[in-house]
Design a protein around this ligand. Structure first.
Ligand code: PGA
Length: 222
């Protein structure tokens, strides 16, 4: 497959990715483009609701998203875990506690993503399954905005661990140790079953699975 990737391909690759997947998809794409410098990429970064629209209108070659839809005939393969974690400012009193009960988190004012976000759906379902209500203080349509709001000490937040690598390193944010968390999700590479993939889309697909690949998915996705 590596030899295959080295043969220069030219043309267009249209990918739509969930906004939280943006944190790693840009790196993956960059590595792919190094091997295929004649490929022109069009990357659409958006939320789950819009991704589903892109799928319906058959507007892109490939998508990277959370839980694949059940009402559209798709080919979907998981390739990476996507743990959702509770974040807090570094001086938050809960930062020192281990095994914090979820109902203690539910008492705190939270900032969550906009309606239409897959991350938000997963958080809402997780709280619902645990028979708890979220105390939503604010809604924001970008993970970056959520991180800023949490860092400023306004709220707690729940985001993909992929999105906070740098902040954890610099100590601008901390991850709380909450019992039963993280919420386990996965990233899937998705395309419509009736889609005839271009050679470039096929190469990117092969490349992505070579670089990542989860063995199996144990639990029901939220
Ligand atoms: P989103 O992520 O929250 O940016 O919509 C998509 C997903 O995780 O399904």
């Amino acid at each position: 497959a590596i030899d295959n990737l080295k043969t220069l391909k030219s043309g267009k690759l249209r990918i739509s990715v969930a906004s939280t997947a943006n944190y790693f998809s840009a790196n993956l794409l960059a590595a792919f483009l190094k091997q295929n410098p004649n490929v022109h990429v069009s990357l659409n970064v958006t939320n789950r609701e819009q991704l589903l629209k892109d799928l319906k209108s058959n507007d892109c070659d490939l998508l990277i998203m959370g839980k694949p839809p059940t009402d559209i005939d798709v080919q979907a393969k998981p390739f990476m875990g996507n743990p959702l974690v509770v974040i807090a400012p570094p001086d938050h009193p809960l930062g020192l506690e281990k095994g914090i009960p979820l109902d203690r988190i539910a008492e705190e004012s939270m900032v969550i993503r906009e309606l239409g976000s897959g991350t938000r759906f997963a958080i809402e379902r997780f709280f619902h399954v645990n028979k708890l209500a979220l105390n939503v203080g604010a809604e924001m349509s970008a993970t970056e905005a959520i991180k800023q709001a949490v860092s400023a000490g306004l709220y707690l937040g729940i985001v993909s661990r992929h999105s906070i690598e740098q902040e954890l390193e610099t100590g601008r944010l901390i991850e709380l140790d909450v019992r039963g968390m993280p919420i386990t999700r996965h990233w899937y590479l998705v395309h419509r079953k009736d889609k005839k993939l271009t050679p470039i889309a096929q190469s990117f697909r092969d490349f992505l699975f070579e670089q990542t690949a989860v063995q199996s998915i144990a639990a029901e996705e939220l």
